[in-house]
Structures are given as C-alpha cells and as structure tokens.
Design a protein around this ligand. Structure first.
Ligand code: NAP
Length: 438
C-alpha cells in the first residue's frame, strides 16, 4: 500500500486522538495536524479550567502523538484564510474535521447584546488566554454576576469567580484575568437553571468543589430539592443525580456568612436582560418540569445583576465550503462521514457534549471508519503535505511546527516557574509567533 496522506483540521483532543489511532493502525500513514492557532491542544489549553491542572496532565500524552514520526503539526494555518477546504481535499487522500465548538449559543432574548452580557465561550477563552478573546475585558467591577446554565461550564466559571487569589495560585489562569478577578468585588453569583436539580448537567466532583471555596457561602432553597431521585432514571444517570442531590441537600443545610453568596436558582428561564447602557437586571420566568421539559408558568420575577454570563452550549464555526447544519451548529455527517474522503470527529461532529475521554471514544470510532474506507484502496497518489507547504510558502503563511510549539511551551512554563505557577501563557498571536522562533 502506498502512503495515505491525511489532513486533520483542528489539533485539539479529537484531532490528536484520530491522528494517534491512524498512526497505530495504518502502516503507511502521514498525518498533518493543522490548527488556526500557533498552539495545539485545543480545548485542553483554551477550554479546560485553569485550576484543573490534573485534567491538563493528559497534554503529555498528546505531545507524544504530535512528536511521532509521520505526524506534523502546522500551527497558525487557518483553513479559509491560508488554504481553502477545496485545496485540502485535492491535496490529501483523507481530510478529518475536528474544529470543535466554541461559538456561543444565544439565548435569543431582549437585552442579550447589552454590555456586561458574555457567552461562556468568549469568557472562558478570555481567562484561558486565547488571542481572539484577549481584549474582551469583561465588566467585573461588579456586585452580582448571573451565570445562565446548569452544566459543568457554568460551575467552572462560578468556581473561578469564587476562588481567592490564594486558591488560584497553583492554576495557570492568565495574568490579565488574575488581575481583573483580583479587582472584582463580587457579592453574589447566581447559577440559573431553567430546569430542576435532577436535570442539571453537573458532575458530582465539580459540584462538590463548590463547597470547598473559602469565601463562598452556598445558598440553596431546600424547597426546590426533591427528597429522592425517581426510580425511573437510567442506572448510570441515577448514580450521578443521587450524588448531586445529596451535595445540594448538604449545601442547603449549611449556613455560614461569607463575603460571596453563590445562589443555586432552579426552575428559572431568562426572559430579558434590562439596563441603561449595560446589564443591570435579569428578568426570569418560573418554570416547572414535565416529562423532562421546562414549561413556563407565567410567573415572572427579576434579580439585580451587573454581569450576565451564558453557559448554554456552543456551535462550531465552519469554513467556506464545509457541509454545515446551521440549525444544530455542527458539521453535516453520517456517523462521522461528511463526503467522500472527508470525516468529522469530536464536538463539531456530535455537538458540545462530553468530557475529553468521550472524545477519545468518538475519535477512535471515526478512525476505524477511515481505516475501513481506505483498506480497500491504496493511496490515490495525491501530493499531501508537500503541496500544502508549497501553497503556504507562496502565501507567506507563518507556520508554527512542532519544534516551534515546543519553544512556546518551554517559554510559557519558564515564565510561570518564575512566579511559582505551572505556566504563564502568551496571549497575543505576535507573542506566540515570536516565542516559536526564539
Ligand atoms: P451542558 O452540560 O449541556 O449545559 C448547558 C446548560 O445550558 C444546560 O443546563 C441547559 O439546560 C442550559 N441551557 C441551554 N439553552 C438554554 C437557554 N436558552 N436558556 C437557559 N438555559 C439553557 O453543557 P456545558 O456546561 O456547556 O458543557 C459542555 C460539555 O463539557 C458537557 O458535557 C460538560 O460535562 C463538559 N465539561 C466538563 C467539565 C469537567 O468535567 N470538569 C468541565 C466543563 C465542561 P437544559 O438542560 O434545560 O437544556
């Protein structure tokens, strides 16, 4: 069999898992992992909470894949800007789309575009130092922040807002975000779920962490908590919900005066954000849950807020030509097959659900499809990476390779070590490109 030339677009967990699986199973494969950022690791670098360093330790495994013979990292290469999707398809035998999903879904309510309202995609990208969000400069000179959504992203944000500087000392939270959070004078954080405690997407470990924050008093209305979890829930889900419910009951029983109050507000759907020139009030409607669905009751109320952060899910951002389902915000695919020779994996394939290990399972399944599809034929004689290199050179693209990323990585770790932190990221494209050639 001659060489199979594969381009993977998106060097995050999903893309790296696909590359790894193909390298292990196809004898003659060459994989180019392409990313629009000068840095690989996708969500692991730009999404995972900076105080969850244990989760980030998987980076070492990803680095080994990126360093394999037969794998190349091409960073700072944006499809749609430096090369087109059509060009990729003509150059490579197989193209795998693993571009993730970081565009915020909208609530579609009045006032959503007021200053002081942010999507979690933008907010998380800001504190994690993604260059595109570096200048978000969120309004955090505030008393009250509402976080809409009852998933783990909402908990990540509430936890970071609630932690003291000391509690963030061992994180790799970026300097600009540390400074801003240190200046914030929060009194109230609202975590708003449109359904009830049994429906929340919280993981018990993440929910439990909320109870460990030294300056945060947790406020839960015990009357919103059922005594028990219904038998009808499937076993796996039931175990999670039971743990969450026990934690919430524990929080409801506590009463401790502390500087920040974290309110779990269930059965409340946002109707509008109001304010002159910036968000000041969040109007909500009480809901009740019937058969798993939130139904409006007609009863409205409001809370005073200064900042609203929505953590209600994400969409992918397609590049021109990519078959895209605009309603769902994902790449159109059948179990990972997009069109002949093109595949999708990860959040851009199945939506923004699941932790990093879930992406591994998904990526392995897509790699198996690719292997099945190419097993019958041989490489088609397409030119592969050499041709992409030629195009990129012609277009003066400033490509960051794996060695360049290693330099960025070493420089960031050294900057962090000087402050007893795991890393201090570069947050501007020019800084990253300079570090890559230092
Ligand atoms: P998620 O778990 O799906 O939570 C999204 C939340 O937004 C849900 O509570 C949903 O309510 C709510 N929502 C959606 N549209 C809404 C609207 N229009 N108005 C009000 N609420 C709305 O997603 P996520 O928190 O973004 O996390 C994404 C994935 O990453 C999840 O699988 C999560 O577990 C994972 N993750 C894991 C970790 C970790 O393990 N530490 C950290 C971060 C993220 P409904 O349920 O009613 O739709």
């Amino acid at each position: 069999m001659s060489h199979i030339r594969v381009a993977v677009v998106g060097a995050g967990p999903a893309g790296i898992y696909v590359a790894d699986a193909l390298m292990r199973k196809l004898p003659q494969v060459q994989v180019d992992l392409i990313d629009q950022l000068p840095t690989p690791l996708g969500l692991l670098r730009g999404g995972v909470a900076p105080d969850h360093q244990a989760t980030k330790s998987i980076a070492r495994q990803f680095e080994r894949v990126l360093g394999k013979e037969g794998v190349r990292f091409l960073g700072n290469v944006a499809i749609g800007r430096d090369a087109s999707y059509a060009e990729l398809k003509s150059i490579y035998d197989v193209v795998v789309i693993t571009i993730g999903a970081m565009i915020d879904r909208r609530m579609d309510i009045p006032g959503e575009d007021l200053p002081g309202v942010y999507g979690s995609g933008a907010f998380v990208a800001w504190y994690n130092g993604l260059p595109a969000a570096r200048d978000l400069d969120p309004l955090l000179d505030v008393g009250s922040v509402a976080i809409v959504g009852n998933g783990n992203v909402a908990l990540d944000i509430a936890r970071l807002l609630g932690k003291t500087e000391g509690e963030l000392a061992s994180s790799d939270l970026c300097g600009h975000a540390r400074a801003k959070l240190a200046d914030a004078s929060l009194s109230d954080i609202w975590l708003i779920g449109r359904r009830g405690p049994l429906d929340a997407g919280f993981s018990p470990a993440e929910l439990g962490e909320m109870g460990e924050l030294s300056r945060v008093a947790i406020m839960v209305d015990g009357t919103q908590l059922p005594a028990q979890v219904p038998d009808s829930l499937p076993e796996e889900r039931r175990r999670i919900v039971e743990k969450n419910l026990a934690l919430l009951h524990g929080f409801a029983a506590r009463s401790e005066p502390r500087p920040i109050r974290l309110h779990f507000l269930f059965y409340a759907a946002p109707l509008a954000v109001l304010g002159e020139g910036r968000a000041r009030r969040l109007i909500l409607e009480r809901t009740r849950v019937d058969n798993g669905r939130a139904l409006m009751t007609g009863e409205t109320f409001e809370i005073s807020v200064d900042t609203v952060i929505t953590a209600i899910g994400y969409r992918s951002r397609p590049f021109p030509g990519l078959p895209f389902d605009d309603r769902q915000g994902i790449v159109i695919n059948q179990e990972g097959r997009v069109e002949p020779g093109v595949y999708a994996a990860g959040w851009c394939k199945r939506g923004p659900k699941g932790v990093i290990p879930a992406n591994r399972t998904d990526s392995l399944a897509v790699a198996e499809l690719i292997i099945q599809d190419v097993a019958t034929g041989s490489g088609s004689g397409k030119p592969g990476g050499m041709e992409l290199d030629r195009l990129l050179a012609q277009r003066d693209a400033r490509v960051v390779d794996f060695a360049g990323w290693q330099k960025i990585n070493a420089a960031e770790v050294a900057r962090g070590a000087a402050q007893q932190r795991p890393r201090e990221k570069f947050t501007r494209i020019e800084e990253l490109l300079a570090a890559a050639v230092s």
